[in-house]
Design a protein around this ligand. Structure first.
Ligand SMILES: *Cc1c(COP(=O)(O)O)cnc(C)c1O
Length: 364
């Protein structure tokens, strides 16, 4: 049964991205190492940063491994982190900080609201030892898009190291990485760049990487070590996900062919607006009222009858779509992603299926 993934990643990829994985590469192979170097280079271009100031470090594992690489190897014992958390991914940064016993303070925000620079300024005033600010850009828990601009400005004024989990946003919305002076931006292969799962990457300010090279608490996640080895000739330190790397390279080319990040953003935004409009027409209400991002939307369970997610999920899958369960802590929701190789006609068809479900399969 063929179906499309309407999830936050892994997501639906093109046939050509999947075909790119049909070659077996040796990790020592020069051609393969060159592909790694080109990927690193292309990511800098996508982020709009210079090679003098920034570098890209690829890291085996899912997105969380990239976040953990930054937290476990780039934080000095004397640092004090302020972590903004308005969802599960902000809380994951907290959990990692706890695991490494970092000195941290949590700025907790409701899941339907965004962190505010004014609140952060107060927290910094109350905790003058704070040296690092960490936040999520697109909080996939709810689909809310946090605003980086004012917070970045504050981080700059206060000379804080600025860490951004841009996992589900990089490639799908323009981010002015150097203008915002982000020191470490983390994303992964299977989100808006539309590759397959297998590695994460960090767009890092070289100066900070160099200055923080001796603080790694693990060997495998040592971001500086990985950088030093990769910088020589594109060799990853340990076995890399070779097929995923080839798929990612192809995905980057296809992003360029689509017209770059802005064009992809327009497509995602169009999908998302259409989804929310059509869902509202058939009575589904979104959890996020303000600052809804263009990637994924949380919808409340319908009020009437005894809605069962598993039943709904199975019906949609049978009709060609896979959606995601909710992740909001206090409300019953499901989530529909509109990223990946997804177009307005897919959204039209999905909403027809959901409408059909409400009419025939849904026992009220
Ligand atoms: C996907 C995602 C991650 C990483 O999750 P993994 O399951 O480790 O890939 C981290 N942060 C955000 C905001 C995400 O959307």
């Amino acid at each position: 049964m063929e179906y499309k993934l309407l999830t936050p990643g892994p997501l639906t990829t093109t046939a050509t991205v999947k075909q790119a994985m049909l070659t077996d590469h040796c990790t020592w192979d020069q051609e393969y190492k060159t592909i790694t170097q080109e990927i690193r280079q292309k990511l800098l271009v996508l982020a709009g940063v210079s090679e003098q100031e920034y570098t890209t470090v690829l890291m085996q594992g899912s997105g969380s491994f990239g976040v953990e690489a930054v937290l476990s190897s780039m934080i000095k014992p004397t640092d004090h982190l302020l972590i903004c958390a308005n969802g599960a991914y902000g809380q994951r940064i907290v959990a990692m900080s706890e695991r490494y016993q970092l000195n941290y303070t949590v700025y907790e925000v409701a899941e339907n609201a965004i962190p505010l620079a004014a609140d952060i300024a107060k927290l910094i005033e109350a905790n003058p030892t704070i040296t690092v600010l960490a936040m999520v850009h697109s909080e996939t828990t709810s689909g809310i898009l946090n605003d980086l601009t004012e917070i970045a400005q504050l981080a700059k004024e206060q000379q804080l190291l600025f860490i951004v989990d841009a996992m589900s946003s990089l490639g799908g919305i323009p981010i002015d990485v150097s203008g915002l002076e982000i020191d470490f931006l983390i994303s992964s292969s299977n989100k808006c760049i539309q590759g397959v799962p297998g590695f994460s990457f960090v767009i890092a300010k070289r100066k900070e990487l160099e200055q923080r090279q001796t603080f790694a608490r693990t060997l495998s996640l040592d971001l500086y070590d990985q950088y030093k080895v990769m910088e020589k000739d594109g060799k990853w330190r340990f076995t890399s996900p070779t097929h995923t790397v080839l798929a990612f390279y192809q995905a980057l080319i296809e992003l360029e062919e689509e017209g770059g990040i802005h064009q992809r953003y327009v497509r995602y935004l169009t999908n998302n607006r259409l989804l929310r409009q059509k869902m509202s027409e058939i009575g589904y209400r979104p959890f996020i009222k303000e600052h809804q991002g263009p990637f994924i939307t949380s919808f409340y369970y319908p009020k009437r009858g005894n809605f069962k997610f598993d039943h709904f999920y199975a019906f949609l899958k049978e009709h060609g779509f896979v959606i995601y369960p909710g992740k909001i802590s206090s409300q019953e929701c499901f989530r529909i992603g509109n990223i990946g190789e997804i177009y307005p006609e897919d959204i039209d068809r999905l909403v027809e299926v959901i409408e059909h479900y409400s009419e025939v399969a849904y026992v009220s």
